[in-house]
Each structure stands twice: as structure tokens, then as C-alpha cells.
Design a protein around this ligand. Structure first.
Ligand code: PLP
Length: 391
């Protein structure tokens, strides 16, 4: 019945599994038949503190009882506090603009770069170099920035000014007089959980600084403790000019953020009706507080080590199917030898009660909640073993 409603009235842009999940607790989900599932996906890196975290539930309930939205024409207390929390966690003074999604945050970052490239009396610098296999979102500019040309079919003409480098080594050679920024993910999530090499990223950051070209790091997936530190940029030891956040920041409410030390956008240059409203910023403030505690108490590190060891053991046991482990922190993947195996593993895992993801053509992807317990990790890998036995 619900499936019929969905298929009749919802645009068919997603390949859907029709399990009807009705609730979640921690890193466990329950369907309408009362089956339970260990969630190694966090709703694609979103539910960073797990499902229905009691403190998050309380923060939402409290805020909802007071006010959900008032507009950005007025002071918004949790928005100001969340911007401060982001700056504090980031470690240097940065300002934040709040958007509603990752793509929208990247659009705003592109606008900042374009305005930065507009200097009176000089030819405008507007070109942004991105990487092949990158993913920056589905809006027209973010899609053009995305270095997967198969996604560009049908949707042109696109705005001018985006070029894709084959890899990080190719970036410098592509810079010309019109280049204003380079935008990269430090770990390409959708592209296959591919982590860039630290030394190469640091060399790129130094080169760009010398040439007054902005470095934008898309941390929509890597940010908010997913890769260990608050941002992957901190883990890589670089200070980008702009970072974008989304996914894990809100723990499930739709939020995006553009974070920068640059003083480029002024009143009237950018805006959003919903961006940073009471509901989402009160929630995100609580999410960041919970994760900051997990980080400083080292519980996040212990969880990451435990998860990684389990994953490594699982990988070693199934080397007939797998070729290597990829990723960092709680953003992990296993490359499968044959792409067709991927769908089979994901389906078998679902049937045994554990949710896992696909990335790129041949990567089994793991984005568990950062607060997952060791018991849930054990149970998830036990079920994955059962799933592998059925293949
Ligand atoms: N950038 C990166 C690195 C992402 O992983 C994603 C989504 O997967 C996006 C941007 C787009 O985010 P959203 O779907 O919230 O627009």
C-alpha cells in the first residue's frame, strides 16, 4: 500500500528499498514488522549521534515548544551559538553562513569565490578547479563542479568556469589567469571513499596560498568529527579559505554551512529563508556538543579503533571478494574485486539485518553513527558474516 503510494506520487529519482523503517534507537533501526537492523550508514553520514538520541530529542522538543522559525531578519540565539561552536571547534576565528544542504553550502562557497575574484580594474578570476570522481551536489553549479561527467547528461547548459583535474598532481598545470579557487574533498565519499595523500594536500595548500588562489574544502561528508577531528582539514593539517559542512552537522535535520575566515559577502549578497532557523540550529548545537564531548573524552577514538579493527578482520577473512580497505576515521570502505558483488552483498546484509552502502562502482561503504556502541559493532559484523555465508 505505502509502496504503491510512493510509486504513484513520488518522483522516481531514487532506487528504493521498500523496507518501512518506523523507528530507531542508537545505531539500531526497527521496521514495521519489528525486525531490527544495525545501521552502518547513518542515513548516508547524517545521523552522526545515532537515532533518537535523548539529548537531541529533548533539544528539539524544547525548541519546538517555543518557536521553530522567525526568519533571518532577526537575531536567532541558537544560530549565533552554533556559529561560535563551529569556530571554537575549528580552532581559529571563522564565520558561518547557514544553508539547508550540502549542495547549497557549496553554491554559497562558489559565490564567495566568484566575488573574491572580482577586483576593480582587473580581469575577473572566476574559474574553479575540481577533481575527477568528486561529488559536490545536484544543483546546477554544484553538479557542474562535480567531476563525474555522466551526471551532467541532459542538464546543460551549465554556468561557465568549472574545470576538472584528473588528480591532485594535475591541478597546478591547469591554473590560468582566470583561476580563483580549487575545490576538493579530502576523502572523496561518493567517488569511492578515496582519501587524498596528506603530503600532496599540504603541498597544494601551500602552492595555492602563494598564488592567492582560494582553497575550498567540501567537508559535507568528512566534517563534524566523521574523519576524527572536527574537520578533515584539521586532520590533514591545512587551513583552507572556505569549508562547507552539512550531513552530520544536524544529526538528521537539514542544515548546510559555509565556514570561512574571508570577509567577502556583505548584506544582500546571499540569503536563505530557512537557513539556520531555530529548529535546525538548536538541534545542531546539541549534536556538536555531544560529539565534542565524545572527541575530548577519547570515546570517539576508541570507537573508531574498535570499528576499524573489526572491519579489517572482516576484510581479511573475505579476501576472495575484497581487494583493499580505504578511508579514514568513521568514513570507511572496502573495495570489492567485482562490481556485481557489491549489490549482492548489500542485499544479503539487509536480509540479515545490517545496513551498508555503496560508493562509486566497487566500494562497500561504512558510515556508522559516531556514537555506535561496541555491542552494536559486534552485532553488525556478526550479521555481515552471516550475509557473506549466503553468497
Ligand atoms: N558534497 C559532498 C562531499 C557530498 O558527499 C554530498 C552528498 O553526498 C554533497 C556535497 C551534497 O549534499 P546534499 O545532498 O546535502 O546537497
Amino acid at each position: 500500500m505505502l509502496q504503491e503510494l510512493d510509486q504513484t506520487y513520488v518522483m522516481p529519482t531514487y532506487v528504493r528499498n521498500y523496507t518501512n523503517f518506523v523507528k530507531g534507537k542508537g545505531s539500531t533501526l526497527f521496521d514495521d514488522q519489528d525486525n531490527d537492523y544495525i545501521d552502518f550508514t547513518s542515513g548516508i553520514g547524517v545521523v552522526s549521534v545515532g537515532h533518537s538520541h535523548p539529548e537531541v530529542v529533548e533539544a528539539i522538543q524544547e525548541q519546538a515548544a517555543k518557536m521553530l522559525h522567525i526568519s533571518n531578519l532577526y537575531l536567532i540565539e541558537p544560530q549565533a551559538k552554533l556559529a561560535k561552536a563551529i569556530s571554537d571547534n575549528y580552532g581559529t576565528l571563522v564565520k558561518t553562513f547557514f544553508a539547508n544542504s550540502g549542495a547549497e553550502a557549496n553554491e554559497g562557497a562558489i559565490k564567495i569565490a566568484r566575488k573574491f575574484g572580482e577586483v576593480a580594474g582587473q580581469p575577473k578570476r572566476y574559474k574553479i578547479i575540481t577533481l575527477e570522481h568528486s561529488f559536490h551536489g545536484r544543483t546546477i553549479s554544484a553538479l557542474k563542479a562535480t567531476g563525474q561527467t555522466s551526471m551532467h547528461n541532459y542538464f546543460g547548459p551549465f554556468p561557465d568556469g568549472f574545470v576538472h583535474a584528473a588528480d591532485i598532481d594535475a591541478i597546478e598545470g591547469m591554473i590560468d589567469d582566470h583561476t580563483v579557487a580549487v575545490m576538493i574533498e579530502l576523502v572523496q565519499g561518493e567517488g569511492g571513499v578515496e582519501a587524498l595523500k596528506k603530503a600532496k594536500v599540504q603541498a597544494l595548500a601551500t602552492m595555492l596560498k602563494k598564488r592567492n588562489i582560494l582553497l575550498i574544502v567540501d567537508e559535507v561528508q568528512t566534517g563534524v568529527y566523521r574523519t576524527g577531528a572536527f574537520t578533515a582539514s584539521q586532520a590533514y593539517g591545512i587551513e583552507p579559505d572556505i569549508i562547507t559542512l552539512a550531513k552530520g552537522l544536524g544529526g538528521g535535520v537539514p542544515i548546510g554551512a559555509i565556514v570561512t575566515h574571508l570577509d567577502v559577502l556583505q548584506a544582500g549578497d546571499h540569503g536563505s529563508t530557512f537557513g539556520g532557523n531555530y529548529l535546525v540550529t538548536a538541534t545542531a548545537l546539541k549534536v556538536v556538543e555531544i560529539l565534542e564531548k565524545a572527541y575530548t573524552s577519547k570515546s570517539l577514538e576508541l570507537t573508531t579503533t574498535y570499528f576499524t579493527q573489526k572491519l579489517q578482520g572482516f576484510y581479511e577473512k573475505h579476501q576472495d571478494h575484497f581487494q583493499k580497505c580505504v578511508g579514514i576515521g568513521m568514513m570507511r570502505g572496502i573495495r570489492v574485486k567485482e562490481g556485481e558483488m557489491l549489490a549482492k552483498i548489500i542485499k544479503a546484509a539487509h536480509a540479515k539485518g545490517v545496513l551498508v552502502l555503496k560508493a562509486g562502482r566497487n566500494t562497500l561503504r561504512f558510515l556508522p553513527p559516531l556514537t555506535i556502541t561496541n555491542e552494536e559493532i559486534d552485532e553488525g559484523f556478526k550479521r555481515l558474516e552471516e550475509a557473506m555465508a549466503t553468497l
